[in-house]
Ligand binder design. Sequence first.
Ligand code: CA
Ligand code: CA
Length: 408
Amino acid sequence: MHRTQILIATATILGSVAGAHAQSSVAAGGTPAETEKPNTSYAPMLPGQTRAPKPATATKVTTSTAVQGLASGWAFEFLPDGRMIVTEKAGTLRLVAKDGTLGKPLGGVPKVDARGQGGLLDIALSPGFASDRMVYLSYSEPREKGNGTTVARAKLVEDGGAARLDEFKVIFRQTPSYEGDKHYGSRLVFAPDGKLFIGVGERSDKVTRVQAQDLSSGLGKVFRIEADGGVPKDNPFAGSDKSKPEIWSYGHRNVQGIALDADGRMWVAEHGPRGGDELNRPRAGLNYGWPEASYGIEYDGSKIGAGKTQAPGTVQPVYYWDPVIGPSSLTFYEGTLFPAWTNSFLLGGLVTTGLVVVKLDGDAVVSEERIPLDARIRDVKVGQDGAVYAMTDGPDGKILKLTPGSGT
Ligand SMILES: [Ca+2]
Ligand SMILES: [Ca+2]
């Protein structure tokens, strides 16, 4: 590519994002939900890219406990019959009855490396779960040389009141393996066409983080695979012998939120360093910047690399946070109980100890609201009843049920 072409391509990427923002800059007035000082003096490159105003009317929420006694729960999903299935970090998977009773650990669950940020991580149901009973798990897999994020699928079998996983099969391994205990990601979501998106991390250390820019490495990527682990022929790097063919997008730091919007398009939330959490809408083959560009700094206060918020050929985040919210999860609100949250993403806030609600207009964030829950939030789901369920982090964890009400 000639230099001019690269510049044009970059301008186009930025232009499309900037255009979307310009289109909907008429946001509800008011001050931002964020009241803390930023860690950096970086200015947003695009209008509306951070510190969106609070909505004109605060959402009133009543909280009750739906489930308790979780040992560092990490993820949960609702089964079609209204029960839940939950993962716990140390490596247990349990069913939860509709009255909130926790079931026994299921057999057939893989060994995990639960040190640090590792463990049994996300779970997703097969799009055909009602008939095929398949579940998909992501976890930090102990390997010969270190560990890495692995995705497997298995059949949920229930007989005689007991449940287990059967037909367990690994369908994807993030490589290279690495001896570390951080930034495994991970989250899973099925696209409307049945393809599985997998968001992972770059294993955090300076020696591995640069691989987020390397298409021959699986670190710091969003992947797209078939439900059986195959590589879709129309993946952006499927024809290349130098790139991993499962890669959908790259330059990600640590993706722990992934969700589809109302149009079935995939979005991610990723952890930044000190400042620089991001909301992105990853498109095929594009580079999301890390660690070449970031709105954050190192934990010791020094710059990330050259200290740039934009690098040539990389896509700006749709929205970012400085200071960080600690985005553990991402869910699109499609219920009816909270009409104000229509067309919003709900993020679990580990650092904010609550929900972060960002409302979209087109591809732009027009408002941001914080719902304090006094606990680090690890995963968020919308129930069949339209209520919002938020899993708290750590030992003796809970799943809180949020309904409209007089406020907390
Ligand atoms: Ca999930
Ligand atoms: Ca980025």
